[in-house]
Ligand binder design. Structure first.
Ligand SMILES: [Zn+2]
Length: 106
């Protein structure tokens, strides 16, 4: 057992999400707000519990994709989602558009 409780925390409509270890949802949101220079806890910050992350020493971009979340494509810096054709290649998220350009998807 671990006492880590990992959350994916960020703005409900934007980028800047972080993996945060906190015992409660409110704690995770508060930590994000503090790290991002928000004086008060904004309503639009959401925290999604990620049990699969509790055992991971480090949360990589691939882990975000596996959780069904988006992560920056290593090629173009746009957000990549598995649901939109992204893949994890050599442990790195690559978006569907870049895969097309590279001819990896027929
Ligand atoms: Zn890309």
């Amino acid at each position: 057992m671990t006492d880590r409780m990992m959350w994916a925390v960020g703005p409900d409509d934007g980028e800047g999400w972080e993996a945060i270890n906190a015992q409660t949802e409110a704690g995770a949101r508060a930590q994000w707000a503090e790290q991002n220079g928000e004086d008060e806890l904004p309503d639009w910050v959401v925290a999604l519990r990620q049990e699969a992350w509790d055992e991971l020493p480090e949360i990589t971009g691939a882990d975000w994709l596996r959780a069904g979340l988006g992560h920056t494509c290593v090629e173009c810096q746009e957000l990549a989602y598995l649901a939109f054709g992204a893949r994890i290649i050599d442990g790195q998220p690559i978006c569907g558009e870049c895969l097309k350009e590279q001819g990896e998807i027929a």
